[in-house]
Design a protein around this ligand. Structure first.
Ligand SMILES: Cc1cc2nc3c(=O)[nH]c(=O)nc-3n(C[C@H](O)[C@H](O)[C@H](O)COP(=O)(O)O)c2cc1C
Length: 368
């Protein structure tokens, strides 16, 4: 599939997750494979124009990270146009716009962003950006304000006319926040509303089967995965394989998981420095360890990780400790196998495995 003129090798996307989708993670998932396109965390357009170090770091990329997009957040058409140019200069293949909720009443009560007040205004903003840069401008939206105000289909169509090259849609309303389940019908309505650009469906995909259902039931050109990618960075390569062959590939072996984790940590250390990189890796490591089977010792020790060398010690100690859960062939005894990941898991219904899930806002959501 293509986004504008950008040719992709896969129709699977990594959704932006503020605080998570940093360059080291993106490169790690790329190394595993199956991923066609990534988007950065949301970046404040004004901060980027002011060369705020946080915004610049969030937008950082490199050739192995391509094709990628920087997601901008902002309401001022002039600023968004300039920020799109800045994103282009930084080497991004596309620029994405975070759309809050596209309903007038949100703005009347003071919520939502000014750019969402009217479809016309939003369309003008997108047109301005599309005219200013030669890279595709994409948008990411929810279904609408609430069940009575499902505005995404009309907005998507208007933005296509204004020059948007693709629409990413999370199949929940602003009112829903992260509660309930994603509406595949809602996403399908968006996919049907546009004329020619790709619509990419998003929400609750944690397994290759869920990705297949998302694509088949919505008619979307691609699927985007957020939280599921952190619990299982192999999900893109597994899903690619499953969509091509109809067969589920075996889960990655523990040795492979540990090797990938080590390289992920190397990248964190390189990008953030050893102290900060290790501190940030603590919660990431615990996401990987959900697929280890028994991992108490690993989790306890990794939650205090301070150096790259210490990580190797932790792994060694963990492997020795873990032997007690193995059979004679060196495989985990059945009662210790990790539980499958599914949407209930994302909803925090995964029992002990769901300790420390990726935090989501409790109530309605204004921006993403
Ligand atoms: C911690 C967290 C941070 C997020 N940050 C962003 C963001 O910066 N921009 C955005 O468009 N969406 C953001 N989202 C929404 C996700 O991109 C995605 O639409 C949502 O999580 C549903 O997909 P999933 O079920 O695959 O996670 C965030 C979600 C979470 C949980």
């Amino acid at each position: 599939m293509k986004i504008g003129q950008v040719q992709l090798t896969s129709n699977l996307f990594l959704s932006p997750l503020a605080g998570y989708t940093n360059l080291p993670f993106r490169l790690t998932v790329r190394e595993i494979g199956g991923l066609g396109f990534v988007t950065t965390d949301l970046v404040n357009a004004r901060s980027l124009l002011e060369s705020n170090p946080v915004a610049v770091r969030l937008s950082a990329t490199c050739p192995e990270d391509q094709p990628m997009s920087v997601q901008l957040f902002g309401a001022d058409p002039g600023e968004m146009r300039e920020a799109a140019r800045a994103v282009r200069e930084l080497g991004a293949a596309a620029v994405d716009v975070n759309m809050g909720c596209p309903v007038p009443k949100v703005c009347k009560v003071g919520g939502g962003s000014a750019m969402m007040m009217e479809t016309k205004k939003t369309a003008a903003l997108i047109r301005g950006m599309a005219d200013a840069v030669d890279i595709p401008v994409t948008v990411k939206m929810r279904l609408g304000w609430d069940d009575q105000n499902i505005t995404a289909p009309d907005l998507a169509r208007a933005l296509e006319d204004a020059g948007a090259a693709a629409v990413f849609v999370h199949g929940r309303t602003r009112q829903q926040g992260f509660s309930g389940r994603v509406s595949l019908e809602g996403i399908r309505a968006v996919a049907r509303a546009v004329r020619a650009i790709p619509v990419i469906g998003n929400g609750d995909v944690t397994t290759p089967e869920a990705a297949r259902v998302m694509l088949e039931e919505t008619g979307c050109a691609g699927g985007s995965i957020g939280r599921g990618a952190f619990y299982n960075p192999w999900i893109f390569s597994q899903t690619r394989h499953y969509l091509k062959t109809g067969e589920m590939p075996p889960e990655a072996a523990l040795e492979e998981r540990l090797a990938i984790m080590g390289r992920h940590l190397d990248r964190m250390v390189l990008f953030y420095g050893e102290a900060r990189g290790c501190r940030m890796f603590r919660r990431v490591a615990k996401m990987y360890s959900r697929r280890f089977g028994p991992a108490n010792l690993f989790n306890r020790r990794v939650s205090l990780l301070r150096s790259r060398a210490e990580f190797d010690e932790i792994v060694e100690e963990f492997l020795a400790w873990r032997r007690r859960f193995l059979n004679d062939e060196g495989e985990l005894l059945p009662q210790f196998q990790p539980r499958p990941l599914n949407a209930s898991f994302l909803a925090g219904e995964g029992g002990a495995d769901a300790e420390e899930p990726i935090k989501v806002p409790a109530g309605p959501i204004e921006t993403w």
